[in-house]
Design a protein around this ligand. Structure first.
Ligand code: NI
Length: 484
């Protein structure tokens, strides 16, 4: 699948260069980014650093991934927040099931591929309240559709609160939102608007950086689809009058976020693995070198994997997702402390060649991840790997701008499909050649458990395990490599 995608992307690129077809990323998705002035003026909710949750002992994420259908979904699971965890899991799994039933047939050929991408962000966090946003992006072959939802959790009662619990008077909220929409010139469909507020189905309520109440609807929910995601930020004094007691608590958690008192406070977050293996001065022009690479982490199984590598005195390369780095900053530090190399695998695992992805969105996927890595206190990487191995000239150009070389692979273990330790290790060991880059994923426990066999098996075949940069030597930003 990966190799096919790469071949397809290359074919499209070749056509584009010969003038027979348009590059697939030449047009941006409607209203998704730097398009119109209205998008630039639109308010947006204040995001709290997800790294706050990275300090919560036992904090983890749940990931569902299906490369055949281009499904990537991640959501948080907070220690002790049972009701919140259950509700987000249920909604995420339902969305995946709907997408899979609608687009269940794997796409063939070179056309754009349907894609489901679900991610999350923290909007508020304190000892009293937590606010999260889940975001969904579906690309259905012609255009992209986005939806979002906020989740408010009362840490005093450990209960999920509906969005409308942020205000004390729903009628006053309805009137204020209607007026704000009118003032900004959004043509609202009256009946749909009434329903959205009556049935408690406002998908998003959060706060702007300056403390205004932000209210947003799904595409097509209260206005024509052409309007995109309709949102308003109510004026400050109106917001002040509307908020309930919980609403005020939530706003404080949004404006001055702090780490929530969750998890087992007696066991702090794990420290970085202290012992780095001896620096390897390996000459891969002489020795038979291979590079093991792990994508999509850091995740829950990454720690165990690092322990295995430390015991075997071996190194690997980890292509990390910015979103996961925020949740697992200590694990990222442990990767680097263990002598391994890291690279960028984008923020949230979107297919960068999707027609919905403009050049600036591709650039954001990379730069947001670099920011998260920097915030974790780890040196800037030199490498990147696009999700699904899907790449084109725009991706390479953005990689070059940010000083990154593109790393693909020549051995695919398909470990996401076959969650079987012996199959995975057998593939990695038997298909390796001198100079190979081997693809695996450290979000799967089976792949982490395969590591001892993989390392020993490769060494038995006379290979030396190195990082990608040790394997390739000096690489050029914006250039692509799939083996030595
Ligand atoms: Ni990936």
């Amino acid at each position: 699948m990966h190799i096919l995608r790469w071949a397809a992307a290359t074919a499209v690129l070749a056509l584009a260069l010969s003038g027979c077809a348009e590059p697939r990323t030449s047009q941006s998705g409607k209203g998704k980014d730097d398009g119109g002035a209205s998008a630039a003026q639109a308010p947006h909710p204040a995001y709290a650093p997800a790294a706050l949750l990275g300090r919560v002992p036992g904090m983890r994420t749940q990931v569902v991934k299906d490369e055949t259908h281009h499904v990537y979904a991640v959501w948080p699971q907070l220690p002790g927040a049972t009701e919140l965890n259950g509700a987000i899991s249920k909604a995420s799994r339902a969305a995946i099931a709907t997408y899979t039933s609608d687009y269940g047939t794997p796409a063939t050929g070179n056309g754009p591929h349907p894609e489901l991408n679900r991610s999350w962000r923290l909007v508020a966090s304190s000892g009293e309240a937590l606010g999260l946003i889940t975001e969904e992006y579906i690309f259905a072959g012609a255009s992209g559709a986005e939806s979002w939802r906020t989740w408010w959790y009362d840490l005093g009662t450990h209960k999920l609160r509906p969005n409308a619990a942020l205000v004390k008077d729903r009628k006053a909220l309805r009137d204020a939102v209607r007026k704000a929409l009118h003032d900004q010139g959004t043509a609202v469909m009256a009946e749909e608007f009434k329903n959205a507020l009556r049935t408690d189905s406002i998908p998003m309520m959060a706060f702007t950086r300056d403390g205004r109440l932000f209210v947003a609807f799904q595409e097509g929910q209260v206005a024509a689809y052409a309007e995109g995601r309709v949102s308003v930020a109510l004026p400050k004094e109106q917001t002040d009058g509307l908020l309930s007691t919980f609403g005020n608590t939530a706003r404080e958690a949004a404006l001055t976020p702090s780490t929530p008192p969750l998890g087992d406070s007696t066991s702090g977050p794990q420290d970085p693995v202290p012992s780095a293996p001896p620096a390897q001065n390996v000459d891969c022009t002489v020795k038979k070198c291979v590079a093991l690479t792990y994508d999509d982490g850091p995740g829950a199984p990454t720690r165990g994997l690092l322990d295995t590598f430390a015991r075997q005195k071996a190194v690997a390369t980890f292509f990390v997702l910015g979103q996961q780095v925020n949740t697992y900053p200590q694990t990222l530090k442990a990767i680097v402390a263990g002598g391994h190399e890291i690279g960028v695998h984008t923020w949230d695992h979107k297919d960068l060649t999707s027609p919905g992805m403009s050049a600036s969105l591709v650039g954001d996927e990379i730069s947001r991840t670099l920011d998260a890595i920097k915030q974790a206190g780890v040196p800037k990487p030199d490498l990147m790997r696009p999700p699904y191995g899907a790449t084109n000239s725009t991706v390479l150009q953005q990689a070059r701008r940010q000083g990154l070389s593109q790393i693909l692979w020549d051995v695919d273990t398909n470990d996401w499909k076959d969650r079987n330790t012996s199959i995975v290790s057998q593939r990695a060991v038997s298909q390796a050649r001198s100079g190979s880059i081997i693809l695996m994923h450290d979000i799967h426990l089976t792949s982490a458990n395969a590591a001892t066999h993989v390392i020993k098996g490769l060494r038995a075949r006379g290979f030396t395990l190195v990082t990608v940069s040790q394997l390739l030597g000096q690489t050029n930003p914006g250039q692509s490599y799939s083996r030595r």
